[in-house]
Design a protein around this ligand. Structure first.
Ligand SMILES: NC(=O)c1ccc[n+]([C@@H]2O[C@H](COP(=O)([O-])OP(=O)(O)OC[C@H]3O[C@@H](n4cnc5c(N)ncnc54)[C@H](O)[C@@H]3O)[C@@H](O)[C@H]2O)c1
Ligand SMILES: [Zn+2]
Length: 569
């Protein structure tokens, strides 16, 4: 008889990530908490060679430095009870990855290049690989290295406002300690882990990951993903379960067959329920119908709900999954631009009440998000365009590379026959932005608020017009113009960025004004909004491309004038 026992995690934790992301701050704090030592492979290089990595790279070139670094990595891994911080590029070599993974739990510290650039500007350590145009270089390194960083055992998002630096570091330390104590040994014992780490060309992972510290799930984005559904279910450990598919009348006609065929071929049993398309279905009445259906089908807690559709199906099916039998797994299969980039990611699920939208709900993270870009072919044109308001928002608040991509390719993306490869690239990047924010702040206590860029005025417009004239993304588009004007007035951003924003929204056919909407009604609705705290309206403002901040001190008369200006056109 063989018994498998999980031995305790070895006493090595490895930190990887871009130069400047905070490996030394987090590493030293961790070392202190555990009473371990802390080594930085760059310091080992200096100790051995008498020169800093910057000096070696400048004098002898990068390849020579990488050889010296590889020896430092081996030296570091010989120590016990140690936190090893690696130079930004050390993890790019298969042999280094394998050496580091042999006994170390590998943690990837992640923040956006723009955020790292902001931190680095306040720092004087020479970093030759990112010198010059700091942000451009960091974005290039991010793109190059992310596929390998994604092979880390633990993902640690450290995106956070400068004022929250200490909390961000504390949260990262807590997350790593939790992973090390609870899963460390089993993560290291995963089959084929070392082999995968050592591969020179690591396999491509999902487009993004959400990791809230307690829950972790992949986001797959691509063409034909629905056909791969059985494989994906297996990859997240949901094989051998019955599936309960929830969809709406429009989506089931267009895509139900593809899903049914994929499930049938794989021999996966289940049932489906189709609700009428439209927001009216996001109700407690429909939820009750779904409970009754699940009960009649004798659904069990381990079975899986599949939510195939736009945000309405995602929110409703997610809500039912959160509550039926006190919680069942849900896999989100978003089919609208809005659902792929926003609603399906982050675990907010809800139904509407007559008194207001989304008033009853829960946080229930999905087991996976699977975005099949091909489904967008049948999405009505206005919904397709509307969804890009949130994508543009993601570029503006967090990802200048995404912003530039949207600017460069707007014609091919917004076209009635869009280039789906490009759309997949854009949705992948945009999903990553949402996933990073949700992972950094799962309970919406801090940075997640920046996702409300354009939403203070946007919600005001939606409410003032009774949710009939403007689709959500259209109202947010106008709201972003109002927030942009506030930013220019208050001096947080320049006119040139506001012009870029307006040009991009127009290139997608999104509105930049809402002529004729009643100003007083919008201002009243804004004051009643749930984002008002102690009577103060909060606004997300831009400080630059990819940089946002939350302000509660915007003068009311300025707000009134600005709202008036976007409603005038
Ligand atoms: N949970 C969150 O974090 C979050 C975030 C944003 C929005 N939302 C919610 O999302 C909802 C809006 O989402 P939505 O815009 O996707 O609306 P939706 O689900 O109503 O979809 C829009 C319309 O397009 C149809 N449709 C969707 N995909 C299709 C496809 N591929 N082919 C043909 N038709 C298709 C739908 O049947 C519907 O008629 C709102 O209820 C909103 O509150 C939730
Ligand atoms: Zn929104």
């Amino acid at each position: 008889m063989t018994t498998t026992s999980v031995s305790p995690a070895p006493k090595q934790i490895v930190l990887v990530g871009l130069s400047g992301v905070g490996k030394s701050t987090v590493g030293k704090a961790l070392a202190q908490r555990l009473g371990w030592s802390y080594v930085d492979t760059d310091d080992l290089v200096t100790a051995r060679d008498g020169k800093t990595p910057a000096e070696i790279i400048t004098a002898r070139g990068e390849p020579a430095f990488r050889d010296i670094e590889a020896r430092a990595v081996v030296e570091a891994t010989k120590q016990e009870s140690v936190i090893i911080a690696t130079g930004g590029g050390a993890f790019q070599r298969g042999a280094n990855r394998r050496a580091l993974g042999e006994r170390g739990l590998i943690c990837f510290l992640d923040a956006t290049p723009t955020e790292i650039a902001r931190r680095l500007r306040a720092d004087t350590t020479p970093r030759p690989l990112v010198d010059g145009d700091l942000e451009v270089n960091l974005a290039r390194l991010d793109a190059e290295r992310r596929p390998t960083y994604n092979h880390a055992d633990v993902w640690v998002p450290v995106q956070g406002a400068p004022a929250q630096r200490e909390q961000t570091c504390d949260a990262a330390v807590a997350r790593i300690l939790r992973a090390w104590t609870t899963d460390g040994a089993s993560l290291l014992a995963k089959p084929r882990r070392l082999e995968r780490l050592g591969l020179e060309e690591p396999a491509r992972g999902p487009a993004a990951l959400v990791d809230t510290g307690t829950e972790r799930y992949p986001i797959w984005v691509g063409q034909g993903e629905l056909r791969r559904l059985p494989d994906r279910l297996r990859q997240v450990g949901l094989e051998g379960r019955r599936v309960f598919l929830i969809s709406d009348t429009s989506v089931i006609d267009a895509h139900g067959r593809a899903v049914a065929e994929a499930l049938d071929t794989a021999g996966i049993a289940g049932a489906s329920y189709v609700i009428p398309a439209g927001e009216a279905s996001k109700s407690q009445r429909t939820a009750s119908e779904l409970y009754a259906w699940l009960a009649s089908e004798r659904a069990e807690r381990r079975d899986v709900i599949l939510a195939l559709g736009g945000g309405v199906v995602g929110d409703l099916a997610g809500y039912v999954a959160a509550t039926y039998l006190r919680g069942m797994p849900v896999v989100q299969l978003p089919t609208s631009v809005l659902a792929m980039n926003d609603a399906a990611i982050g675990g907010k699920v809800a139904v509407d009440l007559p008194a207001g939208k989304n008033l009853v709900g829960a946080f229930h993270q999905p087991a996976a998000v699977i975005s099949d870009i091909e489904t967008l072919r049948t999405l009505p044109r206005r919904s397709y365009i509307e969804g890009f308001a949130e994508v543009i928002k993601h570029g503006l608040i967090l990802d200048p590379t995404l912003l530039a991509l949207l600017e460069r390719e707007s014609a091919r993306i917004a076209s009635p026959a869009p280039d789906l490869d490009l759309v997949a690239e854009v949705v992948g990047r945009s999903s990553r932005v949402k996933a990073l924010i949700v992972s950094s702040d799962p309970e919406e206590r801090g940075i997640r608020a920046i996702l409300n860029y354009g939403h203070t005025v946007g919600h005001g417009i939606e409410q003032a017009t009774g949710y009939t004239e403007y689709m959500h993304g259209e109202a947010v588009s106008v709201g972003m113009m109002a927030a942009g004007r506030l930013g220019v007035e208050l001096g947080t951003m320049d006119q040139a960025l506001l012009d870029r924003q307006a040009d991009l929204l127009r290139a997608f056919g999104l509105p930049t004004a809402a002529p004729g909407v009643n100003v007083t009604a919008v201002l009243d609705a804004m004051k009643r909004d749930k984002k008002v705290e102690q009577g103060r309206m909060r606004f997300v403002l831009l400080e630059g491309p990819g940089l946002a901040t939350v302000r509660g001190d915007v003068p009311e008369d300025l707000v009134a004038r600005t709202v008036q200006s976007v409603l005038r056109g």
